[in-house]
Design a protein around this ligand. Structure first.
Ligand code: ATP
Length: 196
């Protein structure tokens, strides 16, 4: 009999993946007894289309793969990279559910993303396919009433780190390496990913 897997789905632009992402995935894994967490790298994130992404999709994937190399329960996913057009989370979740028909899916997201979720494409489809696991984030976030009682807040100290902070520090030639997992530090140094 195949095991009934509990799979975390952690979507993001990961431009670049940073320490807070790993802490969140670890908290979700332990607190919700997940079997694994898929890091789904967004190719064409609809909500970030106005801001140019710094690193290419393949570079962002390579950084995620580097960060996860020694984490057997974490896996990088190309599911959104191998698909044309915008990456809608509802569709991604349905594809993953088809690939793992007996699995229970948990969508992992930060509080800032939860607040926006009702404006994403097909929020009800998202809620039908996955349980929401939410990471607190520093700041005040007014949670839309439609989400009341429909998510689990992870027990985790809010962490200030963001990819924006990494990119801003790099642009200003300030140190940013401490915000990155060591293999990602080595990757960006070798390739000069955020140098220009
Ligand atoms: P950017 O600064 O480029 O917007 P980001 O740091 O928010 O990026 P994303 O790749 O967009 O990183 O994040 C993927 C997911 O991780 C999102 O759901 C986001 O809310 C969440 N997340 C990222 N950083 C944190 C953090 N410090 N605390 C809580 N959630 C976070």
């Amino acid at each position: 009999m195949s095991k009934h897997l509990r799979i975390g789905v952690f979507g993001g632009t990961f431009d670049p993946i940073h320490e807070a992402h790993l802490r969140i995935a670890n908290a979700a894994l332990k607190q919700m007894r997940l079997d694994k967490v898929l890091f789904v790298v967004a190719a064409h994130p609809p909500h970030k289309s106005r801001r140019k992404l710094h690193a290419s999709a393949e570079e962002r994937l390579a950084m995620v793969e580097a960060a996860l190399a020694d984490e057997p329960q974490f896996e990088a996913s190309r599911v959104e990279l191998d698909r044309e057009g915008p990456s809608y989370t509802a569709e991604t979740l349905e594809i993953l559910q088809q690939q793992h028909p007996t699995a229970t899916l948990f969508l992992i997201l930060g509080l800032d993303s939860l607040v926006d979720l009702p404006k994403w494409r097909d929020p009800e489809r998202i809620l039908a396919v996955a349980h929401l696991l939410v990471a607190p984030r520093p700041g005040t976030y007014p949670i839309p009433a439609v989400l009341d009682g429909r998510y689990t807040l992870l027990d985790l100290e809010p962490v200030e780190v963001s990819s924006t902070e990494v990119r801003n520090r790099a642009a200003n030639r300030e140190p940013y390496e401490e915000l990155l997992p060591p293999p990602v530090r080595r990757y960006v140094k070798k390739h000069g990913t955020y140098e220009s």
